[in-house]
Design a protein around this ligand. Structure first.
Ligand SMILES: NC(=O)c1ccc[n+]([C@@H]2O[C@H](COP(=O)([O-])OP(=O)(O)OC[C@H]3O[C@@H](n4cnc5c(N)ncnc54)[C@H](O)[C@@H]3O)[C@@H](O)[C@H]2O)c1
Ligand SMILES: O=C(O)C[C@H](O)C(=O)O
Length: 320
């Protein structure tokens, strides 16, 4: 069986990390693409030179011409700019929307059958625009954020409870911004919901609220430490988990920014919700029951994403 082809559109900090992880996991042959000529070629060669040491089989090439992504099975999009301290993700909207237009055209022309994972911020608006610019089926275009936000929540919880990260599950839904919705009722330690753990005295509600806030601020915490850009190891690992579920038809249930057409009362928007990811792309949107407070928080987050989509339409009216 021929190897799968993975196109990484954007070869910066996340793009390079994605290439390394995809190689180590032998997910397929990898093409790095970037407008900064030399960067994708250099990173591809560097990672390829690690393959004899690590013992993985994958071809890694770099290009600055979209023709190189022809026939890709998976495209992971990180092209654009990242924020710096003092900026919000939303400040990136204008510049990254133009990038999504170019990327959408490239994917439409050369990889129309690919499963597309967008990472570029502001995530929910960018993946919405990318789907429209590319014209690919909505179930084949998703955004990565929920896996990352949930991983941050899981790490902070495992540290608080002094238990393995493997025994902590978490779901963070909504938009990938300050209004994201970490769901305590649907997050667990060994199957025990956090709300029960508070009742059992494992932690106070006040402490849990602090952890939830740290999760919401997780991206900004890294930006303020790095100073020159934003997180890339955990974002890359999160997107690889999604790509692997698609390529291996694992049918993982993961929180991803998916196109909603009435689910959760939301129409024609991308927002973070649990989905089944398999060979059919988004095979099912899982509609979980939300109580009044959870629904209010989710709706507030949807409102914030809707505002960003409106801002995109003002810049690019064809998106309407
Ligand atoms: N969704 C998430 O959870 C999440 C997490 C982390 C970062 N991000 C976002 O991912 C994006 C990439 O982050 P990064 O750290 O890799 O940034 P980076 O600056 O290291 O890399 C971005 C790359 O995109 C390239 N690029 C710019 N314009 C392009 C174009 N028109 N076509 C092709 N390539 C182009 C640049 O040359 C650069 O190499 C940012 O928008 C960041 O905010 C999202
Ligand atoms: O915070 C950022 O700007 C990058 C990303 O969205 C993150 O959550 O790490």
């Amino acid at each position: 069986m021929a190897r799968k082809k993975i196109a990484l559109i954007g070869s910066g900090m996340i793009g390079g990390t994605l290439a390394h992880l995809a190689g180590l996991k032998e997910l397929g042959d990898i093409v790095l693409f970037d407008i900064a000529d030399g960067i994708p070629q250099g990173k591809g060669l560097d990672i390829a030179q690690s393959s004899p040491v690590e013992g993985f089989n994958a071809s890694l090439t770099g290009a600055s011409d979209y023709a190189a992504i022809e026939g890709a099975d998976v495209c992971i999009v990180t092209a654009g700019v990242a924020r710096k301290p003092g900026m919000s993700r939303d400040d990136l909207l204008g510049i990254n929307l133009k990038v999504m237009e170019q990327v959408g055209a490239g994917i439409k022309k050369y990889a129309p059958n690919a499963f597309v994972i967008c990472i570029t911020n502001p995530l929910d608006a960018m993946v919405w625009a990318l789907q429209k610019f590319s014209g690919l089926p909505k179930n084949m275009v998703v955004g990565m954020a929920g896996v990352l936000d949930s991983a941050r929540f899981r790490l902070f919880l495992s540290e608080e409870f002094n238990v393995s990260v493997q025994d902590v599950t978490a779901f963070v839904l909504g938009g990938h911004g300050d209004t994201m919705v970490p769901l305590a009722r649907y997050s667990t330690v060994a199957g025990i919901p956090l709300t029960d753990l508070v009742k059992m005295g494992w932690c106070t509600q006040e402490r849990l609220d602090q952890i939830i806030q740290r999760t919401r601020d997780g991206g900004a915490e890294i930006v303020s430490l790095l100073k020159t850009g934003s997180a890339y190891y955990a974002p890359a690992a999160s997107a690889i988990e999604m790509a692997e579920s698609y390529l291996k038809d694992k049918k993982r249930v993961l929180p991803v920014a998916a196109h909603l057409s009435g689910q959760y009362g939301v129409k024609d928007m991308y927002v973070g919700v649990p989905v089944v990811l398999g060979a059919g792309g988004v095979e099912r949107i899982v509609e979980i029951d939300l109580n009044k407070a959870e629904k209010e928080a989710f709706d507030k987050s949807v409102g914030a994403v809707a505002g960003l989509c409106e801002a995109c339409i003002n810049i690019a009216p064809a998106l309407k």
